[in-house]
Write a protein that binds this ligand. Structure first.
Ligand code: F6P
Length: 405
């Protein structure tokens, strides 16, 4: 018998708790696995030996169902970069101590590309130091920018929210007789997947979003103004979807960076709003979808939540088969009918690697998404969850904050 530990890392999503449920539920069925620990604030909890006993918190099937529908990371998160262990092995020794002391034979890390860097480094360290502790990565990120996997858990729900919200914004912006421009700022650091997903509205016969700007296409302010003017000549209300990560003049964004050197992006929508106001002078509004696009579980994709649980469960089976240093990935077999399989990849292939929107998905003007590309997005946003509600709002599963302190 041995114990396992699971942790969540990086930016929240609507599906990261579903993957935790996948690990938990699958581990419950394995007679070899005894305690299931949750590490508080990602790898930081392992380093500081801050673990919680999940079996004493997730007591019933109803608890698991509630956790599945709860957005964000129930165990907290972190943006922690492990040093190269050849240069500084102190955190590695602390991690090894915690895992040994708690008789943990397998550790599951649910996270994005930076977290897969941790999976790679830790598994290499354990292999070099002769430890048989298994380290498995379970992907997640609304950015959908992980290499090897067809898509990432969390992306489908965020994409569904973005598309549905753009649809609603479209209805709202067309009410007045005066011309207007509405700019919607969407997350996705260097990759435009989430912004591009707004274009699924075209399949519903909408002309909006009329303009879609992603980081993969060169952005020029002059070109943007010309595009807006051209769309205004055709439509009373012009809707623009813009990725937070497009190239902007110095100073528009804060310049603050996290432990991985990633910039905190935000502000491009406001900036473009001011450009339209001063250069075109029409009614203009910018909307930053901000954290709502990654935590709006009331509009979660059932496909995404189901797949997120399944990939967590597959991670447990992978560890039990003796693997380590692997990341679970989706391989798409077909769009219609939508079929995927869950496979494994070496963490080294996924760590610190970003997958960008294919050039062929972007139109030749660099300001919208081609129609055929929507076949990629549409299956991922299908299905609705039947949410447990309380006092008229979706109920959440939470661990008391005093336990997480
Ligand atoms: O994890 C991805 C992401 O949601 C990005 O889309 C966004 O730029 C970033 O995280 C925001 O980071 P934070 O959660 O630290 O504000």
């Amino acid at each position: 018998m041995f114990n396992i530990a699971v942790a969540q890392s990086g930016g929240p999503t609507c599906a990261i708790n579903a993957s935790l449920v996948g690990v938990f539920r699958e581990a419950l069925t394995e007679p070899e696995i005894d305690a299931i620990f949750g590490s508080v604030n990602g790898i930081e909890g392992i380093i500081s030996n801050h673990l919680v006993d999940l079996k004493s918190m997730i007591l019933t099937n109803d608890d698991m169902e509630l956790l599945r529908q709860t957005p964000s990371t129930v165990l907290g998160s972190c943006r922690f970069k492990l040093p190269d262990y050849h240069e500084d092995d102190a955190p590695y020794r602390q991690i090894a101590n915690t895992l040994r002391q708690r008789n943990i034979g397998a550790f599951f890390y649910i996270g994005g590309n930076d977290s897969m860097d941790t999976v790679q480094k830790l598994s290499a360290y354990f292999s070099e130091t002769g430890s048989d502790i298994r380290i498995i990565g379970i992907p997640k990120t609304i950015d959908n920018d992980l290499c090897v996997t067809d898509h990432t858990p969390g992306f489908g729900s965020a994409a569904k929210y973005v598309a549905a919200t753009l649809h609603e914004i479209t209805r709202d912006s067309t009410v007045y007789s005066i011309p207007s421009v509405t700019i919607v700022e969407i997350m996705g650091r260097h990759a435009g997947w989430l912004t591009a997903s707004s274009a699924v509205l075209h399949r519903m016969g909408e002309t909006a979003p009329h303009l879609v700007y992603v980081p993969e296409a060169h952005f020029s302010q002059e070109r943007f103004l010309a595009d807006v003017r051209q769309e205004m000549s055709k439509h009373k209300a012009v809707i623009v979807a813009v990725s937070e990560g497009i190239e902007v003049p110095e100073g528009v964004q804060s310049g603050v960076v996290d432990n991985f050197g990633h910039k905190y992006l935000s502000g491009i929508g406001k900036y473009l709003e001011s450009v339209v106001r001063s250069e075109i002078g029409c009614k203009v509004r910018s909307i930053e979808l901000n954290v709502m696009q990654r935590c709006s579980s009331h509009l979660g994709s059932k496909t995404d939540i189901d797949e997120s649980e399944a990939i967590g469960a597959a991670g447990v089976r992978c560890a039990l088969s003796g693997e380590s240093g692997k990341v679970m990935v989706f391989r798409r077999i077909s769009d219609m009918p939508y079929t995927v399989t869950i496979e494994t990849a070496d963490a080294a292939e996924v760590a610190n690697c970003e997958k960008f929107l294919p050039e062929k998905y972007i139109n030749s003007a660099g300001n919208n998404i081609r129609d055929f590309a929507l076949n990629y997005f549409l299956p991922l946003i299908q299905g609705e969850q039947h949410l447990v509600m309380e006092h008229g709002v979706p109920k959440h599963f939470a661990i008391h904050e005093s336990v997480l302190k």
